[in-house]
Design a protein around this ligand. Structure first.
Ligand code: NAP
Length: 353
């Protein structure tokens, strides 16, 4: 694959977990990266990207922008051939799902793509959607034609009241396809990752991925994990998928980017050999009835409907298009988990206080 370094590219959410590796790979390929961020003066947050840029052939330029501020991406996008739109909050625990999830996802996508419509240099937009724009609950698998989630399928079961994060990603991706279809200068290519794992460029990342894996080592799930079956992908493999979606001329449509059909218990199990003696890694699943009983008390985001429709249900996605069309290769789950967990230990995530 030929990476064109002759024109800059723009990436939203550059400070985030997923985008960090995309920026790194672009900088190392010699690309000039325009990074619109909410606070370009936050040296603390930008230090990780700056360190990479110092020794890479590419360059990074920061701009001030916000998903909810119309027109704020104009300066950053000017002259760019490719736009990566990754910015969107990934959080399960929210007080106001409309304000905290749906507005930034939907209005943000509209804002960025309206800017693409006004920017003649833009030829391609790569959108980071999610597997949760394909399914809402694991129970949705029962309604799929062959018992497998594919790119043909859309999430029809999430709403503002039930799985609002999944709803936010679904409405945002739908809006992107609608806007892409209403013009013919830029092409939309969509990446639909499953749960992202692996070390972050910023070891103190705030993505939901960090919360989840931290809980496997901080004792929160010592008594057992929910029997949740999910997909998982390494953040480094996911970056390669985004780069291929941007630079392969034939890339088109949606792509499930998910290395493994797995379970929380299997994810925890990959850590037992190396860390099981020193950390309270979960070794069993909790009974579904018990989770059903306590869930609403333990977490606002874990309703009984979510428990009923997800725990103990199978989950299988077909990642063959990502391999065939984007040439993605997936590293072993154990490598992603170990590298991620070790980074958390090294950065003090499990220290008291
Ligand atoms: P993250 O680390 O929390 O990154 C989110 C990024 O969005 C941050 O850079 C954040 O900027 C930016 N952002 C949030 N609200 C914004 C606003 N109002 N204006 C401008 N920027 C805003 O999360 P992530 O895990 O990397 O997620 C990145 C993308 O991957 C999202 O689209 C997410 O839905 C998707 N995804 C993630 C996973 C996963 O397991 N992590 C799985 C599937 C899909 P600040 O630094 O300023 O907060």
């Amino acid at each position: 694959m030929q990476i064109d370094t002759s024109s800059p590219v723009m990436i939203t959410g550059a400070t985030g977990y997923v985008a960090g590796w995309i920026v790194k790979d672009l900088l190392e390929a010699g690309v000039t990266v325009h990074a619109p961020v909410r606070d370009p003066d936050n040296a603390d947050k930008l230090q990780y990207l700056n360190r990479i840029a110092e020794s890479a052939p590419g360059a990074i330029k920061y701009f001030k922008a916000d998903l909810l501020s119309e027109g704020s991406y104009a300066d950053a996008m000017a002259g760019c051939s490719i736009v990566f739109h990754t910015a969107s909050p990934f959080r399960i625990e929210v007080a106001d799902p409309q304000k905290e999830l749906v507005d930034p996802a939907l209005l943000g996508t509209r804002n960025v793509l309206e800017e693409a419509n006004r920017t003649p240099s833009v030829q391609r937009v790569v959108l980071t959607s999610s597997c949760v724009a394909i399914y809402g609950d694991s129970a949705d698998l029962e309604k799929t034609p062959n018992g497998v989630f594919t790119e043909e399928i859309w999430n029809t079961t999430s709403s503002i009241d039930h799985q609002p994060y999944s709803f936010s990603k679904t409405v945002a991706e739908k809006e992107a396809w609608k806007m892409a279809g209403a013009q013919d200068r830029w092409k939309l290519v969509v990446i639909n990752p499953s749960l992202v794992l692996g070390p972050g460029i910023n070891p103190h990342g705030t993505s939901g991925s960090f919360d989840l894996v931290r809980q496997l080592g901080d004792g929160a799930l010592k008594a057992g994990v929910p029997d949740l079956r999910i997909g998982a992908v390494d953040v480094r493999d996911l970056s390669r998928a985004h780069i291929a979606a941007a630079y392969l001329s034939d890339a088109e449509g949606r792509h499930i980017v998910s290395g493994h059909n797995t379970t929380f218990l299997e994810m925890a199990g990959t850590l037992l050999g190396k860390y099981g003696k020193d950390y309270p890694i979960p070794r069993r699943t909790m009974p579904k009835w018990l989770i059903w009983l306590v869930a609403p008390m333990v977490s606002k985001g874990m309703t009984r409907k979510i428990v009923s429709r997800n725990i103990g249900h199978p989950w299988t996605a077909d990642n063959s298009k990502s391999k065939r069309a984007l040439g993605v290769t997936y590293r072993p789950l154990k490598e992603s988990m170990t590298d991620f967990f070790q980074q958390m230990i090294d950065s003090g995530a499990f220290r008291e206080g």
